[in-house]
Design a binder for this molecule. Structure first.
Ligand code: GLN
Ligand code: ZN
Length: 754
């Protein structure tokens, strides 16, 4: 064995899985039909990987929603309240992922969190006093057997117990330690079962090892794996890590009887030194992640080979692999019809990365005198774009004052209160309204050339008018135009800015059936024309209420794009920030008084090691945000929005963004952040989302009243805004409307009590 991958995109090259799943949710196909669609897809993927020449193919990476949820399901980690719904297994599975509202009852979904430093989301398993760990699921075993039957050299894979515990939620005063023996025993049973089915190698994903580790953490790891590894017999266990290095655990790992160790040499460059300094036991095969699993650029063969040569000691058994699962890149470049051929050759998506692995392996065996090597060398000798020297000189000349808004926030907020005259507990939304079939059809027509720009805009303006009327009718205080012109919050801005490229089909799974199509930052980014001014000014002209302008922030644009690999993320982000600064000032000049700069992805690229947060990321990410807003008038209110509430640990950085108001996602996370906000000297006004927009469930007025009471028990009413926890574009119109009606009614009711 010389080549493998960690995992493959499961959604299908044309997003077949998404469409089938959604049909099932809408009762348009049966559970059997959905299972068939899933089976056909994963079989096609295994065969593709094997046919590309990859020696060993992971299974278990397929999922109808999320592989962490699959692992929870496998281990009977289904909270009692979901079991009580007595649904069939597939519907129970989807109930955990999406919540359930129907004849059987009414349950909110389990919470969902970002997967390490990616834009993929996993479902957070829950452990409580009723938890009884048992190996009850069959998916892992069935899929392995299925692959084996097809003649695939399959390696079953699943999330390891250590990472599972680290990512789960513990209720009823329990801790991971309460479950170590039972979980280890369950994993041992899984290994035994897989072995009985004929599995030789088994992959356990333990990315949690790249976080900072305490002695207690490592002790837990040892306890778990002592039991698990005892069950392997003469099978082989691959301990797979990714997204960083294993500096804290390498010594421990190499003393345990693992057979393979998967290391990420792209995001964990330190791994190289760790291996070279400490050596690798002869019994351990190194699965070297040298092909970037998270980015879309062709691999520089010369560099990859040099790294492999360094790693290759005489006795080293080396398998070439990807740095992470290919889940994080689009499926194939083959379906890209708008990127010219001379640019396309710089790109490698999942399928093309398979070929790169096989190329590298081939070159290692046969030398650099091969065509693949020569072509690759020629590619990296040709520049991809022309540098914008003026812009880069402007960035080099930025001064501290360029990052500083004046006067200070408290003074500004007082000025804004007079200017904006909003009621107590002002209500607003996060920006988007449902992207209905009609909205998408309108965009598709423009794309296909069936309508012109004017007709396209006219439709969107009608939609904006309709929703402005609704917002006025229900009594919202700060209105939005609805973002109908935006296919996606990042792609839309990328399209208007210089320096980006776009794919037709470059979809990457974000959560469940939801995908994103990240733009590619191709070269230097600059603003050549106004972006949101026309739509925002149009909306403001239709109402006497305030309309909030909507921008996507620089850090999010960077984090949700595929970044360059030839300059720093800091430089790209500064370029984007300067472009957005122009947009903010233009909106202000046209009379827009509230401008929201969304940074839902700010937290996402935090280094996984806390010690690096301020040194390697926040030190430039926070200033980039400040650069966007630093030149506006004190009367202009700057909002920001984040799609999560786990920022207790970076609370100071969030306040340092120097926004006037922040809305965030609190409803899925029990509002724990409020306690922290209360404790620290947090000055930004806050709109802790009062209901979860990720679920079709409609919150009742009373439920929202309770939540507002809860918020007001912790925060002064003067500092609080009332809003949903994110944009409404993924919701159906009736749900979105009824939820907002209930939200405004609830805010009014509470205002009446104050
Ligand atoms: N303004 C965006 C919207 O409402 C924000 C989306 C997001 O935070 N992910 O869609
Ligand atoms: Zn959001």
């Amino acid at each position: 064995m010389t080549t493998t991958i960690i995992g493959y995109p499961r959604i299908g090259e044309k997003r077949e899985l998404k469409f089938a799943t959604q049909k099932y949710w809408k009762h348009q196909i049966t559970a059997d039909e959905l299972h068939t669609a899933g089976r056909e897809l994963r079989q096609h993927h295994w065969q593709t990987v094997q046919a590309a020449g990859i020696d060993q193919v992971p299974t278990g990476d397929f999922s109808f929603f999320d592989t962490t949820l699959d692992t929870a399901f496998l281990l009977n980690l289904v909270p009692q309240r979901f079991k009580a719904l007595a649904l069939n297994p597939l519907d129970e599975y989807f109930a955990l992922a999406r919540g359930y509202q129907g004849d059987a009852g009414d349950e909110k979904a389990l919470s969902m969190k970002k997967w390490f430093n990616t834009n993929y989301h996993y479902i957070v398993p829950e452990f409580d006093r009723d938890t009884e760990i048992q190996v009850v699921g069959t998916k892992l075993f069935d899929e392995f057997a299925e692959a084996k039957k097809l003649g695939i050299n399959a390696r079953p894979s699943l999330i390891g117990p250590y990472t599972l515990l680290r990512l789960s939620r513990f209720l009823d005063g329990l801790t991971p330690d309460d479950f170590l023996p039972s979980l280890a025993a369950a994993y041992a049973r899984i290994i035994t079962k897989l072995r009985a089915l004929g599995a030789d190698w088994i992959q356990l994903d333990e990315p949690a090892l790249v976080y900072d580790q305490t002695a207690k953490d490592l002790d837990r790891f040892t306890q778990l794996y002592d039991t698990i590894l005892a069950a392997k017999g003469d099978g082989h266990i691959l301990l797979q890590t990714y997204f960083g290095d294993v500096r804290d655990s390498y010594k421990l790992i190499t003393t345990l009887p693992f057979d393979g160790l998967g290391l990420d040499f792209i995001e964990g460059p330190k791994n190289k030194d760790i291996v070279l300094e400490n050596g690798l036991p002869d019994s351990l095969t190194l699965f070297a992640g040298v092909i970037n699993g998270k980015n879309i650029w062709r691999t520089n063969y010369q560099k990859a080979l040099a790294l492999l040569a360094e790693l290759h000691q005489p006795t080293t058994r080396l398998v070439l692999s990807t740095s992470s699962s290919l889940l994080h890149v689009p499926y194939t470049v083959r379906h890209e019809h708008h990127i010219p051929a001379d640019e396309k050759k710089y790109l490698a998506f999942a399928e093309e990365k398979l070929a790169e692995l096989v190329d590298l392996d081939h070159i290692r065996q046969n030398g650099t005198d091969t065509l693949a090597y020569q072509e690759n060398a020629a590619l990296f000798a040709t520049p991809r774009y022309v540098e914008n020297k003026t812009l880069n000189a402007q960035i080099a000349a930025l001064q501290p004052a360029d990052y500083q808004r004046t006067p200070d926030r408290a003074t500004r907020l007082a000025i804004q209160a007079k200017e904006l005259k909003l009621p107590l507990l002002p209500t607003t939304t996060i920006g988007s309204f449902p992207q209905t079939a009609a909205v998408r059809r309108n965009r598709a027509k423009l794309r296909r050339g069936e309508i012109d720009e004017a007709a396209y805009n006219a439709f969107n303006e009608e939609e904006t008018k309709r929703w402005l009327k609704f917002q006025e009718d229900i009594g919202l205080d700060v209105l939005v135009h609805g973002e109908f012109e935006r296919n996606d919050m990042v792609e839309y801005f990328g399209e208007q800015l210089e320096g980006f490229r776009f794919t037709d089909n470059g979809w990457v799974q974000s959560y469940g059936t939801r995908g994103v199509k990240p733009p590619i930052i191709w070269g230097d980014v600059a603003r050549t024309h106004p972006i949101t001014v026309a739509t925002t000014v149009f909306a403001q002209s239709q109402t006497s209420k305030l309309v909030k302008g909507m921008l996507t922030g620089p850090v999010t644009i960077l984090n949700w794009s595929f970044p360059r690999d030839d300059v720093s993320n800091k430089l790209s982000t500064e370029q984007i920030a300067l472009a957005l600064q122009g947009e903010v000032l233009d909106l202000e000049k046209h009379g827009i008084k509230i401008i929201q700069i969304d940074e839902p992805a700010l937290r996402e690229n935090l280094p996984l090691r806390q010690s690096d947060w301020y040194r390697q990321y926040l030190d430039w990410a926070v200033p980039a945000f400040r650069l966007v807003a630093s030149k506006v008038q004190p009367t202009t209110q700057i909002h920001t929005h984040m799609c999560y509430s786990e920022f207790g640990d970076i609370i100071q950085a969030i306040d340092d963004l120097d926004a006037d108001v922040i809305s965030f996602e609190a409803s899925r996370a029990d509002f724990t952040l409020l306690d922290i906000i209360k404790q620290v000297h947090f000055q930004t006004h806050v709109g802790p989302g009062v209901y979860d927009i990720h679920s079709p469930r409609i919150p009742s007025e009373e439920e929202i009243v309770d939540i507002i009471h809860h918020i007001l028990a912790k925060l002064p009413a003067d500092n609080v805004w009332i809003n949903p926890d994110c944009g409404l574009k993924t919701r159906e119109e009736p749900e979105a409307k009824q939820a907002l009606i209930n939200m405004v009614a609830a805010a009014k009711q509470v205002r009446g009590e104050l």
